[in-house]
Design a protein around this ligand. Structure first.
Ligand SMILES: Nc1ncnc2c1ncn2[C@@H]1O[C@H](COP(=O)(O)OP(=O)(O)O)[C@@H](O)[C@H]1O
Ligand SMILES: [Mg+2]
Length: 355
């Protein structure tokens, strides 16, 4: 088979820049180089694009940014280019790409913007398309679509910057709509638990809202769910399938926060989750139903709370989930029998097939 040229994008101007560096390092170290010619494009935290040809090991500590071989580069929206434009000695050099894999998370990566750029360019992009990515990124719209599809989520309401009710009104709303404290306060558009707080009393509400507003103009206040936190991986286009097993997260602190996700071991992971077969099937089926309702294609990791009565509540879909070898998405499919390079290969193939 002819070798394909794949653009791997990493970094990005999002609060999950560092997470992307970890995910991309794994993908770059494991992608099948017999099948794919890899073109690396790094995006700095302030949004500068560079073609990178250095050592993959230089991603993690950000030293790739200083590499002397870096050249300005950008994805052209021009379909006749169908790829990357690199500026070398004032001259434009074109590299045709068969597909793009944005190994990036959060804003400007997972929210439809990168997918839109690839659409304009006519280049297949790994993961869901523009509309689905945008809906899954925005926790308010995710809730609305899932509610309409009859998939249970936790009770919620949104607060917009500039329209913040008084503390008293908020307390009433929390009591009436969410059954009182504790609640979770989160930015509608973020990820990796950035800006998320668990709030136990109204005394801590304002601070949590201010933190969430640092990341978005719109925040979500949600009923705190008590149950097991479980995650399942879905892959496919027209006939998506869930991983055989479900993974379980047991945060040792109040919740699964940024540090426990990436830096310390304040969360235990169980694969398979310590749940019954019926519960596993319920999670798998609900994940596929949500995947379809949200218009996803390619991949998504769908996160749930499994309640003590055996029912499930969908927490959130992640359309470009963490992708290190020890991240839940790849782990779930490795557990289902695929190798990590095969997972990457399948996702790229699905993107090309969806075009
Ligand atoms: N409604 C909730 N009830 C209980 N725990 C929650 C709730 N919402 C969030 N959490 C906890 O906070 C973590 C991060 O919240 P999440 O909505 O997944 O945001 P992010 O998109 O940043 O991952 C979850 O993994 C979970 O541990
Ligand atoms: Mg999450």
């Amino acid at each position: 088979m002819e070798k394909r040229t794949i653009g791997i994008l990493f970094g990005g101007a999002s609060s999950e820049h560092d997470v992307s560096l970890m995910s991309a390092t794994s993908v770059l170290e494991n992608i099948d180089r017999e099948k794919y010619d890899v073109i690396m494009v790094g995006i700095t935290r302030d949004g500068r694009w560079m073609r990178y040809t250095g050592d993959v090991k230089k991603l993690i500590d950000h030293s790739w940014e200083e590499d002397s071989g870096n050249l300005p580069a950008f994805l052209s929206p021009d379909r006749s280019v169908h790829g990357l434009v690199t500026v070398r000695d004032g001259q434009m050099e074109i590299t045709r790409l068969d597909a793009v894999f944005p190994v990036m998370h959060g804003r400007f990566a997972e929210d439809g913007s990168m997918q839109g750029l690839c659409d304009l360019a006519g280049i297949p992009c790994v993961g869901p398309g523009v509309c689905s990515s945008a809906i899954c990124m925005d926790k308010e719209y995710t809730h609305i679509v899932l509610d309409a599809a009859g998939i249970k989520t936790s009770d919620w309401f949104c607060v917009r910057k500039g329209e913040v009710p008084s503390l008293l009104d908020l307390e009433v709303k929390i009591a009436v709509k969410l059954g009182g404290f504790p609640v979770f306060v989160k930015p509608c558009n973020a990820g990796s638990s950035v800006g998320v707080s668990k709030v136990k009393t109204s005394d801590d509400l304002e601070e949590a809202m201010m933190l969430a507003f640092q990341h978005d103009q719109k925040i979500l206040i949600e009923r705190a769910m008590v149950g097991k936190e479980v995650e399942v991986a879905v892959m496919g286009n027209d006939s998506p399938e869930a991983s055989v097993h479900v993974g379980e997260i047991v945060p040792k602190l109040e919740f699964y926060d940024y540090n426990s996700k990436y830096y310390d071991d304040t969360a235990d992971l169980y694969l398979p989750a310590r749940i019954s077969d019926e519960e596993t099937q319920l999670i798998r089926q609900t994940a596929v139903k949500a995947f379809k309702a949200l218009g996803c294609r390619g991949l998504a990791r769908v996160d749930f709370f499994l309640l003590p009565d055996g029912s499930c509540v969908l927490n959130e879909p992640n359309t470009l989930p963490g992708f290190t070898k020890i991240s839940m998405y790849p782990k779930l499919f490795i557990d289902s029998g695929l190798s990590y390079p095969e997972i990457i290969d399948r996702l790229i193939t699905l993107a090309i097939e969806a075009q």
